[in-house]
Ligand binder design. Structure first.
Ligand code: TRP
Length: 335
């Protein structure tokens, strides 16, 4: 039987903290589906995280482990996914250098994602003064995708300019030297949609998140003390009832039920308490298998590190193959 070669998918996570419900809705959920269809590469982007955490490498290292465990716990099967660490893959660093020639400084300064992030990270980049590493992270991200010739790249909508930048680099390389890189397709997910418990975007740093590792006790406290309005109807109306709409959104994520069905279920409801109690139950049911898996990996860290070792080896092999083609195309192959 002839097997059809799966397309390669690559995506990355910056190791900057525990994953929460927003990550699940924004990326993990679609990854769970994609692992069946594609040859999946998931990279822990520690080099990228260092561009704005270079004074705190210990934090980055600790979170490398965390982020892999969170992905595994969410149900991303290590048999189907190659997990690896960016800094372990030398071809990514090499490609970054070659790609740097194909991008202008003003391209990078104009990149909307970079511009936004520099603003958001005002505490790191005071008065918008930014280090070269951060400014150039779109170049290094282009290398992340290219080293293994990934064709499908799922990312948050905010990362769209990154994929466009990467495609421009590959086109330029292919035209200038030789056809080496496929032009990858971005698959964009709505990351910014899910709000935290205070109505702002769900984020670890804003202390408003439901983490995938939260215990029942913690979920109870968070949901019971979350803000609601006074009219006691379970209606999805982001304009007039933003707080309850947000909680309905959580309900939808953890149960997969359509919003209308949730509204109907609680149409005779006379108190938010009943809804909240049911929501707590549903969140807990959803998180339970994840917490169990997480517990297992936390108790067996060697399993995680050995998975990464295997993944690093596989990724490096792919990268070495690509680098030979790259160097031949660039006429700097000296073997
Ligand atoms: N910049 C991405 C983010 O913040 C993470 C990332 C790094 C990535 N390298 C990548 C995503 C390569 C896709 C492909 O979400």
């Amino acid at each position: 039987m002839k097997s059809i070669k799966k397309q390669r998918m690559l995506t990355g996570d910056r190791p900057t903290g525990n994953l929460h419900l927003g990550h699940y809705a924004g990326s993990l959920k679609s990854r769970i589906k994609m692992q069946e269809e594609y040859d999946c590469f998931i990279m822990v982007a520690d080099v990228q995280a260092l561009t704005d955490n270079f004074t705190n490498p210990e934090k980055v290292k600790k979170n490398v482990f965390e982020v892999v465990v969170d992905n595994l716990s969410a149900g991303l099967d290590p048999e189907k996914i190659t997990y690896f660490i960016q800094s372990e893959i030398s071809s990514i660093a090499e490609l970054t250098v070659f790609f740097s020639n194909l991008v202008t400084v003003s391209d990078l300064q104009r990149n909307p994602t970079v511009k936004n992030e520099i603003q958001e990270k005002g505490h790191v980049f005071k008065d918008g003064v930014v280090n070269l590493g951060f400014l150039a992270y779109p170049v290094s991200q282009s290398a992340d995708i290219a080293f293994c010739k990934a064709e499908i790249v799922p990312v948050g909508k905010d990362q769209k300019p990154m994929i466009e930048q990467a495609r421009r680099i590959y086109k330029k390389f292919n035209n200038l030297y030789d056809e080496v890189f496929p032009l990858p397709k971005g698959v964009f997910t709505e990351v910014s949609k899910l709000n935290g418990l205070d109505g702002r975007k769900m984020s670890k740093s804003l202390d408003n998140a439901i983490f995938l590792s939260d215990s029942l006790e913690v979920i109870k406290n968070k949901i019971m003390s979350s803000k609601t309005d006074t009219d006691n109807t379970i209606k999805y109306d982001t304009e007039n009832k933003p707080e309850i709409s947000n909680l309905i959104m959580y309900y939808q994520i953890v149960t997969g039920e359509p919003i209308e069905k949730i509204e109907n279920k609680f149409s005779n409801n006379t108190s938010y308490k009943i809804f909240k109690e049911d929501l707590i139950k549903k969140i807990n049911l959803f998180l339970e298998p994840m917490r169990k898996r997480k517990e297992y990996y936390i108790k067996n860290p060697d399993i995680v590190w050995s998975l990464l070792k295997i993944g690093n080896e596989r990724a490096n092999k792919e990268g070495q193959k690509t680098m030979i083609e790259v160097k031949k195309a660039m006429k700097i192959y000296y073997k």
